[in-house]
Design a protein around this ligand. Structure first.
Ligand SMILES: [Zn+2]
Ligand SMILES: [Zn+2]
Length: 424
Protein backbone atom coordinates (compact mmCIF):
# COMPACT_ATOMS: atom_id res chain seq x y z
CA UNK A 1 0.00 0.00 0.00
CA UNK A 2 1.27 3.47 -0.85
CA UNK A 3 1.68 5.40 2.40
CA UNK A 4 1.14 9.11 2.92
CA UNK A 5 4.12 11.32 3.65
CA UNK A 6 4.66 11.12 7.40
CA UNK A 7 3.17 13.98 9.41
CA UNK A 8 3.46 14.00 13.16
CA UNK A 9 0.36 14.93 15.18
CA UNK A 10 1.14 17.91 17.42
CA UNK A 11 0.45 18.45 21.12
CA UNK A 12 -0.48 14.82 21.81
CA UNK A 13 -1.42 14.13 25.44
CA UNK A 14 -1.80 17.81 26.32
CA UNK A 15 -4.70 20.25 26.47
CA UNK A 16 -3.20 21.79 23.30
CA UNK A 17 -3.68 18.57 21.34
CA UNK A 18 -4.12 19.05 17.59
CA UNK A 19 -7.50 18.20 16.08
CA UNK A 20 -7.93 15.46 13.49
CA UNK A 21 -9.33 18.21 11.24
CA UNK A 22 -5.99 20.00 11.44
CA UNK A 23 -3.92 16.88 10.77
CA UNK A 24 -5.99 16.09 7.66
CA UNK A 25 -5.65 19.70 6.43
CA UNK A 26 -1.89 19.69 6.95
CA UNK A 27 -1.56 16.34 5.25
CA UNK A 28 -3.66 17.49 2.28
CA UNK A 29 -1.50 20.65 2.05
CA UNK A 30 1.63 18.53 2.02
CA UNK A 31 0.29 16.37 -0.82
CA UNK A 32 -1.17 19.38 -2.67
CA UNK A 33 -4.61 17.79 -2.93
CA UNK A 34 -7.96 18.83 -1.47
CA UNK A 35 -8.88 17.34 1.90
CA UNK A 36 -11.80 15.46 0.35
CA UNK A 37 -9.48 13.94 -2.25
CA UNK A 38 -7.02 12.90 0.45
CA UNK A 39 -9.73 11.33 2.61
CA UNK A 40 -11.23 9.54 -0.35
CA UNK A 41 -7.83 8.14 -1.27
CA UNK A 42 -7.35 6.89 2.31
CA UNK A 43 -10.83 5.43 2.44
CA UNK A 44 -10.42 3.51 -0.79
CA UNK A 45 -6.88 2.35 0.01
CA UNK A 46 -7.17 1.76 3.75
CA UNK A 47 -10.46 -0.15 3.53
CA UNK A 48 -11.74 0.58 7.04
CA UNK A 49 -13.80 -2.07 8.84
CA UNK A 50 -16.44 0.47 9.92
CA UNK A 51 -19.24 0.35 7.38
CA UNK A 52 -20.37 3.64 5.91
CA UNK A 53 -20.84 5.42 2.65
CA UNK A 54 -19.28 8.89 2.87
CA UNK A 55 -20.64 11.65 0.65
CA UNK A 56 -17.34 13.08 -0.54
CA UNK A 57 -18.68 16.43 -1.68
CA UNK A 58 -20.37 17.09 1.67
CA UNK A 59 -17.59 16.32 4.12
CA UNK A 60 -16.79 19.39 6.19
CA UNK A 61 -13.31 19.72 7.63
CA UNK A 62 -14.54 21.31 10.87
CA UNK A 63 -16.82 18.35 11.52
CA UNK A 64 -14.10 15.68 11.26
CA UNK A 65 -13.74 15.74 15.06
CA UNK A 66 -17.35 14.74 15.72
CA UNK A 67 -18.20 11.35 17.11
CA UNK A 68 -19.94 9.56 14.27
CA UNK A 69 -19.58 6.47 12.15
CA UNK A 70 -18.20 8.21 9.04
CA UNK A 71 -15.46 9.96 10.99
CA UNK A 72 -14.59 6.73 12.77
CA UNK A 73 -14.14 5.06 9.36
CA UNK A 74 -12.11 7.97 7.95
CA UNK A 75 -9.87 7.96 10.98
CA UNK A 76 -9.30 4.22 10.69
CA UNK A 77 -8.52 4.63 6.99
CA UNK A 78 -6.15 7.54 7.64
CA UNK A 79 -4.32 5.49 10.24
CA UNK A 80 -3.95 2.60 7.79
CA UNK A 81 -2.46 4.92 5.13
CA UNK A 82 -0.12 6.81 7.45
CA UNK A 83 2.17 5.96 10.32
CA UNK A 84 -0.26 7.50 12.81
CA UNK A 85 -1.49 5.29 15.57
CA UNK A 86 -5.28 4.92 15.53
CA UNK A 87 -5.52 5.44 19.31
CA UNK A 88 -3.61 8.71 18.97
CA UNK A 89 -5.95 9.82 16.20
CA UNK A 90 -9.03 8.98 18.28
CA UNK A 91 -7.71 11.23 21.03
CA UNK A 92 -7.64 14.08 18.50
CA UNK A 93 -11.43 13.81 18.15
CA UNK A 94 -14.49 13.61 20.39
CA UNK A 95 -15.16 9.94 19.73
CA UNK A 96 -14.71 9.17 23.45
CA UNK A 97 -17.01 11.98 24.49
CA UNK A 98 -19.62 10.72 22.02
CA UNK A 99 -19.82 7.46 23.98
CA UNK A 100 -20.44 9.16 27.31
CA UNK A 101 -22.94 11.90 26.42
CA UNK A 102 -25.77 12.22 23.96
CA UNK A 103 -24.87 13.88 20.67
CA UNK A 104 -26.19 17.35 20.16
CA UNK A 105 -25.94 19.88 17.34
CA UNK A 106 -25.01 22.69 19.73
CA UNK A 107 -21.81 21.07 20.99
CA UNK A 108 -19.38 21.40 18.10
CA UNK A 109 -18.47 24.33 15.88
CA UNK A 110 -19.65 24.12 12.27
CA UNK A 111 -16.77 26.31 11.07
CA UNK A 112 -13.04 26.17 11.58
CA UNK A 113 -12.22 28.43 14.59
CA UNK A 114 -8.90 29.65 15.87
CA UNK A 115 -7.17 31.84 18.41
CA UNK A 116 -5.47 34.68 16.47
CA UNK A 117 -2.85 35.08 19.19
CA UNK A 118 -1.93 31.38 19.15
CA UNK A 119 -1.46 31.57 15.37
CA UNK A 120 0.62 34.73 15.71
CA UNK A 121 2.75 33.07 18.35
CA UNK A 122 3.24 29.91 16.26
CA UNK A 123 4.30 32.06 13.29
CA UNK A 124 6.69 34.12 15.40
CA UNK A 125 8.37 31.06 16.87
CA UNK A 126 8.41 29.47 13.40
CA UNK A 127 6.63 26.39 14.69
CA UNK A 128 4.08 24.58 12.55
CA UNK A 129 0.68 26.33 12.79
CA UNK A 130 -2.10 23.89 13.65
CA UNK A 131 -5.68 23.87 14.94
CA UNK A 132 -6.21 22.83 18.55
CA UNK A 133 -8.95 20.36 19.40
CA UNK A 134 -10.32 22.73 22.05
CA UNK A 135 -11.21 25.27 19.36
CA UNK A 136 -13.91 22.90 18.04
CA UNK A 137 -16.01 23.08 21.21
CA UNK A 138 -18.65 25.80 20.90
CA UNK A 139 -18.74 26.37 24.66
CA UNK A 140 -15.07 27.32 24.57
CA UNK A 141 -15.17 30.93 23.38
CA UNK A 142 -11.82 32.43 24.45
CA UNK A 143 -8.23 31.22 24.37
CA UNK A 144 -7.24 30.33 27.92
CA UNK A 145 -3.64 31.40 27.31
CA UNK A 146 -4.16 34.71 25.50
CA UNK A 147 -7.66 35.72 26.70
CA UNK A 148 -8.61 36.71 23.16
CA UNK A 149 -11.84 35.64 21.48
CA UNK A 150 -11.71 32.68 19.08
CA UNK A 151 -12.70 33.74 15.57
CA UNK A 152 -13.95 31.98 12.44
CA UNK A 153 -13.48 34.62 9.71
CA UNK A 154 -10.32 36.03 8.19
CA UNK A 155 -9.87 39.53 9.68
CA UNK A 156 -8.69 40.82 6.29
CA UNK A 157 -11.20 39.44 3.78
CA UNK A 158 -13.93 38.03 6.05
CA UNK A 159 -13.68 34.57 4.51
CA UNK A 160 -14.40 31.44 6.58
CA UNK A 161 -11.71 28.77 6.42
CA UNK A 162 -13.84 25.75 5.57
CA UNK A 163 -12.53 25.32 2.03
CA UNK A 164 -11.21 21.86 1.23
CA UNK A 165 -8.55 23.35 -1.07
CA UNK A 166 -4.96 22.49 -0.12
CA UNK A 167 -3.50 25.02 2.33
CA UNK A 168 0.16 24.77 3.21
CA UNK A 169 0.11 27.02 6.22
CA UNK A 170 -2.97 26.93 8.42
CA UNK A 171 -2.24 30.37 9.92
CA UNK A 172 -2.80 31.94 6.49
CA UNK A 173 -6.18 32.65 4.87
CA UNK A 174 -7.03 30.18 2.11
CA UNK A 175 -8.51 33.01 0.04
CA UNK A 176 -6.43 36.20 0.50
CA UNK A 177 -3.30 34.50 1.85
CA UNK A 178 -2.93 37.07 4.66
CA UNK A 179 -2.22 35.95 8.23
CA UNK A 180 -5.38 34.93 10.08
CA UNK A 181 -4.85 37.65 12.69
CA UNK A 182 -4.52 41.42 12.84
CA UNK A 183 -3.95 44.00 15.58
CA UNK A 184 -7.64 44.18 16.45
CA UNK A 185 -8.10 40.41 16.77
CA UNK A 186 -5.04 40.13 19.00
CA UNK A 187 -6.52 42.41 21.68
CA UNK A 188 -7.21 40.48 24.88
CA UNK A 189 -10.61 40.78 26.57
CA UNK A 190 -10.43 42.32 30.02
CA UNK A 191 -12.74 39.77 31.61
CA UNK A 192 -12.97 36.75 29.32
CA UNK A 193 -15.03 33.70 30.28
CA UNK A 194 -12.83 30.82 31.37
CA UNK A 195 -14.24 27.39 30.57
CA UNK A 196 -11.99 25.35 32.84
CA UNK A 197 -14.44 22.45 32.87
CA UNK A 198 -14.18 22.11 29.09
CA UNK A 199 -10.40 22.40 29.17
CA UNK A 200 -10.22 19.55 31.69
CA UNK A 201 -12.44 17.60 29.37
CA UNK A 202 -10.06 18.29 26.48
CA UNK A 203 -7.17 17.16 28.64
CA UNK A 204 -9.02 13.94 29.51
CA UNK A 205 -9.85 13.43 25.83
CA UNK A 206 -6.21 13.88 24.86
CA UNK A 207 -4.86 11.51 27.48
CA UNK A 208 -7.40 8.73 28.06
CA UNK A 209 -8.12 5.80 25.76
CA UNK A 210 -11.54 6.08 24.12
CA UNK A 211 -12.82 3.07 26.09
CA UNK A 212 -12.31 4.97 29.34
CA UNK A 213 -15.28 7.08 28.37
CA UNK A 214 -18.05 4.69 29.38
CA UNK A 215 -21.21 4.43 27.30
CA UNK A 216 -23.67 6.90 28.86
CA UNK A 217 -21.13 7.78 31.54
CA UNK A 218 -22.93 11.02 32.42
CA UNK A 219 -26.16 9.14 33.02
CA UNK A 220 -24.36 6.59 35.21
CA UNK A 221 -23.04 9.42 37.38
CA UNK A 222 -26.46 10.99 37.84
CA UNK A 223 -28.11 7.64 38.56
CA UNK A 224 -25.43 6.70 41.11
CA UNK A 225 -25.76 10.02 42.93
CA UNK A 226 -29.54 9.75 42.93
CA UNK A 227 -29.50 6.14 44.19
CA UNK A 228 -26.98 6.91 46.93
CA UNK A 229 -29.24 9.67 48.29
CA UNK A 230 -32.31 7.55 47.91
CA UNK A 231 -30.83 4.66 49.88
CA UNK A 232 -29.43 6.91 52.59
CA UNK A 233 -32.88 8.49 52.90
CA UNK A 234 -31.46 11.99 52.34
CA UNK A 235 -33.02 12.79 48.99
CA UNK A 236 -33.96 16.19 50.34
CA UNK A 237 -30.30 17.20 50.43
CA UNK A 238 -30.14 16.37 46.75
CA UNK A 239 -33.19 18.51 45.94
CA UNK A 240 -31.43 21.47 47.52
CA UNK A 241 -28.91 21.22 44.70
CA UNK A 242 -31.04 20.27 41.75
CA UNK A 243 -34.76 20.66 41.15
CA UNK A 244 -36.43 17.31 41.82
CA UNK A 245 -38.33 17.16 38.54
CA UNK A 246 -35.28 18.02 36.49
CA UNK A 247 -33.22 15.34 38.19
CA UNK A 248 -35.89 12.67 37.73
CA UNK A 249 -36.38 13.54 34.04
CA UNK A 250 -32.74 12.79 33.33
CA UNK A 251 -32.62 9.78 35.64
CA UNK A 252 -35.64 8.37 33.83
CA UNK A 253 -35.27 8.93 30.15
CA UNK A 254 -34.17 12.32 28.84
CA UNK A 255 -30.76 12.11 27.12
CA UNK A 256 -27.86 14.03 28.66
CA UNK A 257 -25.97 16.16 26.14
CA UNK A 258 -22.66 17.88 26.85
CA UNK A 259 -24.50 21.11 27.59
CA UNK A 260 -26.81 19.36 30.08
CA UNK A 261 -23.87 17.48 31.59
CA UNK A 262 -22.13 20.81 32.25
CA UNK A 263 -25.25 22.18 33.92
CA UNK A 264 -25.78 19.06 36.03
CA UNK A 265 -22.12 18.97 37.05
CA UNK A 266 -22.34 22.59 38.22
CA UNK A 267 -25.60 21.99 40.11
CA UNK A 268 -24.29 18.83 41.72
CA UNK A 269 -20.92 20.40 42.44
CA UNK A 270 -19.00 17.63 40.70
CA UNK A 271 -16.09 18.10 38.24
CA UNK A 272 -17.41 17.78 34.67
CA UNK A 273 -14.82 15.21 33.63
CA UNK A 274 -15.65 12.88 36.53
CA UNK A 275 -19.34 13.32 35.81
CA UNK A 276 -18.84 12.34 32.16
CA UNK A 277 -16.52 9.45 33.01
CA UNK A 278 -19.27 7.95 35.20
CA UNK A 279 -17.40 8.73 38.45
CA UNK A 280 -19.75 11.44 39.69
CA UNK A 281 -20.50 9.74 43.00
CA UNK A 282 -16.91 8.85 43.74
CA UNK A 283 -15.24 12.18 43.18
CA UNK A 284 -14.67 14.82 45.83
CA UNK A 285 -17.06 17.75 46.10
CA UNK A 286 -16.79 20.99 48.00
CA UNK A 287 -18.11 21.13 51.55
CA UNK A 288 -21.42 19.31 51.43
CA UNK A 289 -20.85 16.97 54.32
CA UNK A 290 -24.36 15.59 54.52
CA UNK A 291 -23.89 13.85 51.21
CA UNK A 292 -23.06 10.16 51.11
CA UNK A 293 -19.30 9.55 51.02
CA UNK A 294 -18.28 13.10 51.81
CA UNK A 295 -18.10 12.71 55.58
CA UNK A 296 -15.50 10.07 55.11
CA UNK A 297 -13.52 11.94 52.49
CA UNK A 298 -13.49 15.36 54.06
CA UNK A 299 -13.97 15.15 57.80
CA UNK A 300 -11.94 12.22 59.02
CA UNK A 301 -8.83 12.66 61.13
CA UNK A 302 -6.07 15.00 59.95
CA UNK A 303 -4.17 12.07 58.55
CA UNK A 304 -4.41 11.67 54.81
CA UNK A 305 -7.55 9.70 54.09
CA UNK A 306 -7.89 7.56 51.04
CA UNK A 307 -10.88 8.51 48.91
CA UNK A 308 -13.23 5.79 47.77
CA UNK A 309 -11.85 6.21 44.29
CA UNK A 310 -8.30 5.67 45.51
CA UNK A 311 -9.43 2.63 47.48
CA UNK A 312 -10.95 1.10 44.37
CA UNK A 313 -7.73 1.78 42.49
CA UNK A 314 -5.61 0.23 45.25
CA UNK A 315 -7.84 -2.81 45.56
CA UNK A 316 -7.69 -3.41 41.81
CA UNK A 317 -3.87 -3.17 41.82
CA UNK A 318 -3.60 -5.53 44.79
CA UNK A 319 -5.84 -8.08 43.12
CA UNK A 320 -3.91 -7.79 39.87
CA UNK A 321 -0.63 -8.23 41.74
CA UNK A 322 -1.95 -11.28 43.56
CA UNK A 323 -3.13 -12.86 40.32
CA UNK A 324 0.21 -12.20 38.62
CA UNK A 325 2.08 -13.63 41.60
CA UNK A 326 -0.05 -16.76 41.57
CA UNK A 327 0.83 -17.09 37.91
CA UNK A 328 4.54 -17.03 38.74
CA UNK A 329 5.62 -13.39 39.11
CA UNK A 330 7.68 -12.62 42.17
CA UNK A 331 5.38 -11.17 44.87
CA UNK A 332 6.74 -7.78 46.00
CA UNK A 333 6.85 -6.77 49.66
CA UNK A 334 3.96 -4.75 51.11
CA UNK A 335 6.32 -1.81 51.58
CA UNK A 336 7.22 -1.87 47.89
CA UNK A 337 3.55 -2.05 46.89
CA UNK A 338 2.61 0.79 49.24
CA UNK A 339 5.37 2.92 47.76
CA UNK A 340 4.21 2.41 44.17
CA UNK A 341 0.57 3.05 45.10
CA UNK A 342 1.38 6.16 47.13
CA UNK A 343 -0.07 5.01 50.45
CA UNK A 344 1.21 3.52 53.71
CA UNK A 345 1.70 -0.17 54.55
CA UNK A 346 -0.59 0.37 57.53
CA UNK A 347 -3.27 1.73 55.22
CA UNK A 348 -2.99 -1.32 52.98
CA UNK A 349 -3.28 -3.72 55.92
CA UNK A 350 -6.18 -1.79 57.41
CA UNK A 351 -8.30 -1.58 54.27
CA UNK A 352 -7.47 -4.93 52.67
CA UNK A 353 -6.41 -7.38 55.39
CA UNK A 354 -7.30 -10.48 53.39
CA UNK A 355 -5.53 -9.48 50.23
CA UNK A 356 -2.44 -8.44 52.22
CA UNK A 357 -2.36 -11.74 54.14
CA UNK A 358 -2.57 -13.69 50.91
CA UNK A 359 0.22 -11.65 49.35
CA UNK A 360 2.47 -12.04 52.39
CA UNK A 361 1.88 -15.79 52.54
CA UNK A 362 2.63 -16.14 48.86
CA UNK A 363 5.78 -14.06 49.18
CA UNK A 364 7.05 -16.13 52.15
CA UNK A 365 6.45 -19.30 50.19
CA UNK A 366 8.16 -17.93 47.06
CA UNK A 367 11.15 -16.63 49.00
CA UNK A 368 11.64 -19.99 50.74
CA UNK A 369 11.45 -21.82 47.42
CA UNK A 370 13.91 -19.35 45.93
CA UNK A 371 16.41 -19.92 48.74
CA UNK A 372 16.18 -23.70 48.28
CA UNK A 373 16.75 -23.32 44.54
CA UNK A 374 19.75 -21.04 45.13
CA UNK A 375 21.17 -23.47 47.63
CA UNK A 376 20.78 -26.44 45.32
CA UNK A 377 22.59 -24.55 42.57
CA UNK A 378 25.36 -23.44 44.92
CA UNK A 379 25.77 -26.95 46.24
CA UNK A 380 26.01 -28.39 42.78
CA UNK A 381 28.57 -25.82 41.67
CA UNK A 382 30.63 -26.14 44.83
CA UNK A 383 30.80 -29.87 44.30
CA UNK A 384 32.09 -29.37 40.76
CA UNK A 385 34.64 -26.74 41.61
CA UNK A 386 36.02 -28.63 44.62
CA UNK A 387 36.40 -31.75 42.49
CA UNK A 388 38.37 -29.73 39.94
CA UNK A 389 40.49 -27.89 42.52
CA UNK A 390 40.79 -30.21 45.53
CA UNK A 391 43.39 -28.02 47.27
CA UNK A 392 41.91 -24.59 46.79
CA UNK A 393 41.29 -22.59 49.96
CA UNK A 394 37.80 -21.77 51.20
CA UNK A 395 37.99 -18.02 50.59
CA UNK A 396 39.31 -18.48 47.07
CA UNK A 397 36.55 -20.99 46.36
CA UNK A 398 33.91 -18.55 47.50
CA UNK A 399 35.38 -15.78 45.36
CA UNK A 400 35.44 -18.03 42.32
CA UNK A 401 31.87 -19.21 42.82
CA UNK A 402 30.66 -15.69 43.43
CA UNK A 403 32.24 -14.49 40.19
CA UNK A 404 30.36 -17.15 38.27
CA UNK A 405 26.99 -17.13 39.98
CA UNK A 406 26.43 -13.94 41.97
CA UNK A 407 24.68 -15.95 44.68
CA UNK A 408 24.61 -14.62 48.27
CA UNK A 409 27.88 -15.38 50.10
CA UNK A 410 26.24 -17.08 53.06
CA UNK A 411 24.63 -19.61 50.76
CA UNK A 412 27.93 -20.33 48.99
CA UNK A 413 29.75 -20.66 52.30
CA UNK A 414 27.20 -23.15 53.58
CA UNK A 415 27.40 -25.19 50.37
CA UNK A 416 31.20 -25.39 50.57
CA UNK A 417 31.04 -26.31 54.22
CA UNK A 418 28.72 -29.24 53.50
CA UNK A 419 30.75 -30.30 50.46
CA UNK A 420 34.05 -30.27 52.37
CA UNK A 421 32.81 -32.41 55.26
CA UNK A 422 31.11 -34.92 52.96
CA UNK A 423 33.61 -37.72 52.38
CA UNK A 424 34.18 -38.46 48.72
ZN1 LIG B 1 -4.29 31.62 22.09
ZN1 LIG C 1 -8.58 36.38 3.98
Amino acid sequence: MLKLNPITPLGLNTKDVESFTSLVMRSAGRHIVSTSRLLRYCFETGQPSTECNPKWGAISNAELVRPNRTNMALLEAYSACSDCDQDDLERMTFIGLGRAVHRCSKTFAKNIRWCPACFSEMDKSQSIPYLKLSWSLLGHTHCEDHHVALIEKCPHCGCKQNSTKPNNQLSKCNRCNNSLYDDQSLLADTDPPYSGDLLSLIYATATLPTQDFPIEGAKTSLNDIYEAHWHSKIERVLWEHIPRDECLTYVDHKPITLLIARRLAVLLDVPLVDFILGLGLYTSRSITHSWPNDTEILFKAQRRTLSSLELIRIETSLKRQLKASHAGDEAPSLAAIAKTLGCSTGGLEYHFPNLCDQLIALRTEQQAAKRIEQFKLAHHQAFKIIAENPHMGRKKLIRKLRQQHRLPVHILRKAIQIERVTPN
